[in-house]
Design a protein around this ligand. Structure first.
Ligand code: UDP
Length: 497
């Protein structure tokens, strides 16, 4: 049942953090980054996975182990077939309908007993659990074991606070614009674009469990940094009366090219080819286009993106995910690729995003505004073209466009949509062309936007360096866990120099 990749001595007095990610790449990737950051401080980290998910992260964890970092997997069989999911359907990016999503969450909660049994036996004893906010069943595991439990939030604190406060306003029309109450500054949102996770009809049980898991947690860990979100962190902490540790951007845990390359799924392209392609371009001349792991674009929308880039005469790297590569898309892409070969590079499947974003030739990111992608752009000091598709992405866009002023919305006042196929014609090539031109060739206004983005990138890097706010937060949470366990802090010397 379990795979211990490192032989451990039960007698070592060091904290043992057990990380329980949601099995979705936008949640697992930052958890693995967090595991690396903790392990760099000498913490032993166990990451809960299933076979298909281990396979995606084995290479990066093996590499960390070779470097002396104590990260290991606790691997459990995923009960796909018990809930009616196809065998191997162990990650949210393999789910194709809302029904399957319900089954997926049912299967996740079935890991409760096996995990509890494992953690009762494992040595050294777990010091705490850090579990994804979407894994509320871990409340019982931590309670049974008598260890502290921290909630890891994937999204921004701006989203967490705005959606929490917006949930008190219930207009008859969900598409009405409301003012978010008790927010640090005036914030207008379309109600339907400010929903909390699982705040949909039919999901009340999970919604309540998630809220309760947060209320009863020993604190929250968020992938953000103080210099970016100070006011929201303060308000959210007050609202919940809980400690929050802002430890990001965790993507900056990957310093060298090999770690950036191995982060997430196996890449579908030769990294050396991509890097030499980028090396041959001018600084800030290429836009990276990707819409994350869950949002799916219809053929007609993909076409508009491509034609918009072409109309803007814009050099690009464009990632089109496996699930979008239907036969008509493939046929069209071949033709498009032929025509735009001198200008762009199309990646079919998975791209090494953080590696690409950190290349000096990349000057902008057209993104679906998932929080990881947003924060990765912030960390790389890049302006964004934003096209939110679902969930927290609408508020992330608001934050980037209206508060940080480092992004341009592909379409201002985007309607709230959850199934992209149902909104054909939402985005046109003209929208894409105009937003891309503004971000990449926007004259004085564009330069100012780029300057702001660059400054934020510097702040992000400083936050993660020794003495920086996120670096300190990580120290504080480890110390907190040790204090709760009445342990010593003697060995807490960062391994990293
Ligand atoms: N990602 C990547 N290569 C890809 C697609 C995605 O490395 O081709 C990574 C990206 O860097 C980010 C994560 O997958 O860390 C996606 O998370 P995000 O929150 O942006 O979006 P989600 O997929 O959850 O909607």
């Amino acid at each position: 049942m379990t795979v211990d990749r490192i032989a451990m001595s039960g007698s070592i007095k060091k904290p043992h953090f057990v990380l329980v990610p949601l099995f979705a790449q936008g949640h697992m990737i930052p958890m693995i980054d967090l595991a690396r950051l903790l392990a760099l401080r000498g913490v032993l980290v166990t990451v809960v996975t299933t076979p298909a998910n281990t396979a995606r992260f084995k290479a990066i964890v093996d590499r960390a182990n070779v470097a002396g970092l104590l990260i290991r997997f606790a691997e459990f069989r995923f009960p796909s077939t018990e809930v009616g999911l196809p065998e191997g359907c162990e990650n949210a990016d393999l789910i194709s309908s809302l029904d399957q999503l319900t089954n997926f969450f049912d299967a996740l909660s079935m890991l409760r007993e096996p995990l509890l049994r494992y953690l009762r036996e494992v040595k050294p004893d777990p010091s705490c659990l850090v579990s994804d906010s979407c894994m509320p069943w871990t409340v019982h595991v931590a309670r049974e074991l008598g260890v502290p439990r921290f909630v890891f939030h994937g999204p921004s604190c701006f989203f967490l606070l705005a959606s929490r406060n917006a949930s008190r306003v219930k207009p008859a029309d969900p598409f009405e614009t409301i003012i978010v109450p008790d927010f640090p500054h005036e914030l207008e949102v379309v109600k339907a674009q400010a929903l909390r996770f699982f705040e949909f009809p039919g999901w009340k049980k999970l919604f309540d469990e998630v809220a309760e898991a947060e209320e009863t947690a020993d604190g929250l860990v968020i992938n953000t940094f103080k210099e970016l979100e100070a006011v929201y962190l303060e308000s959210y902490s007050k609202a919940l009366d809980k400690k929050i540790w802002a430890v990001g951007p965790v993507c900056l845990a990957n310093k060298d090219a090999s770690d950036k390359l191995l982060r997430g799924n196996k890449t579908s392209v030769d990294d050396k080819y991509i890097l030499s392609w980028l090396d041959a371009r001018n600084p800030n001349s290429v836009i990276y286009v990707s819409f994350g792991t869950i949002a799916r674009n219809s053929f007609s929308h993909l076409l508009e993106v491509g034609l918009g880039l072409e109309a803007a005469n814009q050099a690009f790297i464009w990632v089109i995910k496996e699930a979008e590569l239907t036969p008509p898309v493939q046929t069209w892409l071949e033709e498009f690729e032929e025509r735009t070969r001198a200008m762009g590079l199309i990646v079919r499947g998975w791209a090494p995003q953080v590696l690409i974003l950190s290349h000096p030739s990349v000057g902008g990111f057209m993104t679906h505004s998932g929080w990881n992608s947003t924060l990765e752009a912030v960390a790389a000091g890049l302006p964004m073209v934003t096209w939110p598709h679902l969930s927290d992405q609408f508020l992330n866009e608001k934050f980037v466009v209206e508060v940080l002023r480092t992004g341009v919305a592909v379409k201002p006042r985007m309607p709230a949509v959850y199934i992209t196929q149902e909104c054909e014609g939402l985005i046109t090539r003209e929208h894409v062309e105009a937003a891309v031109r503004k971000v990449m060739k926007g004259g004085e206004e564009g330069e100012e936007r780029r300057k702001r983005a660059k400054e934020l990138g510097e702040k992000a890097k400083r936050a993660m360096e020794e003495g920086g706010s996120s670096n300190e937060s990580l120290t504080l949470i480890i110390q907190h866990v040790l204090e709760l366990a009445n342990n010593t802090t003697d060995y807490l010397l960062p391994l990293e120099k």
